[in-house]
Design a protein around this ligand. Structure first.
Ligand code: 13P
Length: 256
């Protein structure tokens, strides 16, 4: 859904080192956001944290939501080490990232990813589905690749569930890189993804889907993606793992 408020999602990846640090981060973040509220800046965050920390962090959140970075299974049964979307949702976790390129690189196939998206949406988790090209070619074939990826993953997903779907455009070449995509590069892909979604599910369902950008966003570039990049929010890696940077970004994005 085209948001009136930006959707700022942090992806903590494999940090911090322990639960105590994670709790201290969230407590300090909440303090900062209370201070911002006094200045009439109503910032709100989403933090995708290591699974093992997630439920312990929920009690400390007032201005935020705690989510996971992946869900590793789909069905109940006799499988060791597997968690399903409905199990995740039953704990108070409200969102998840799915299909991050770092997860796909470990062998996640599109069929499984598509199943996870369906079950995650059915479990009422806000579902942040990542797509992104590994490289760009002059002919623009990467746009077709992104479109096909989206089609394969979403082909069988119930349209009625789309209001809880978020697409994160994360060009793989920008993840962990020194500089992000330009806002023009981002805008071009956002238009292309919106068109692909409209073709796939019709304009009314497509309009319900938020699109956010991720990949080397910093405090200097965050707001420009919201203004010129055509996105509804951001997916931050490193910038969400440092308290000062994360709060600076939240402040700049929620300030009028
Ligand atoms: P960086 O912001 O560190 O480049 O990571 C982006 C990312 O992968 C977020 O999911």
């Amino acid at each position: 859904m085209k948001r009136t408020k930006p959707l700022i999602v942090g992806n903590w990846k494999t940090t911090p080192a322990n639960l105590k640090e994670a709790i201290n981060f969230v407590k300090s973040l909440e303090k900062k956001l209370t201070a911002l509220k006094k200045k009439s800046i109503n910032a709100y965050y989403f933090l995708a944290v290591p699974d093992i920390f997630a439920t312990s962090l929920i009690p400390f959140t007032k201005y935020g939501e705690i989510g996971t970075q992946n869900i590793n299974g789909t069905t109940l049964g006799q499988e060791t080490g597997i968690t399903t979307p409905s199990m995740v949702a039953s704990t108070g976790i409200t969102f998840t990232i799915l299909g991050h390129s770092e997860v796909r690189a470990r062998g996640e196939d599109l069929h499984t990813l598509s199943q996870k998206v369906t079950l995650s949406l059915k479990a009422k988790l806000l579902t942040v589905l990542c797509v992104g090209e590994s490289e760009r070619d002059k002919e623009g074939n990467y746009l077709h690749e992104l479109e096909n990826d989206l089609k394969e993953i979403l082909a069988n997903v119930d349209r009625a569930l789309f209001s809880n779907l978020v697409i994160a455009y994360e060009p793989i070449w920008a993840i962990g890189a020194p500089v992000p995509a330009t806002t023009e590069e981002c805008f071009e892909v956002v238009i292309s993804l919106r068109r692909a979604l409209a073709t796939l599910v019709g304009i009314e369902h497509a309009k319900k889907v938020s699109i956010i950008y991720g990949g080397a966003v910093t405090e200097d570039t965050a707001k420009s993606f919201l203004i010129d990049g055509g996105v509804d929010g951001l997916l931050l890696g490193r910038a969400s793992q440092e308290l000062k940077t994360f709060t600076t970004i939240l402040e700049s994005c929620f300030k009028n």
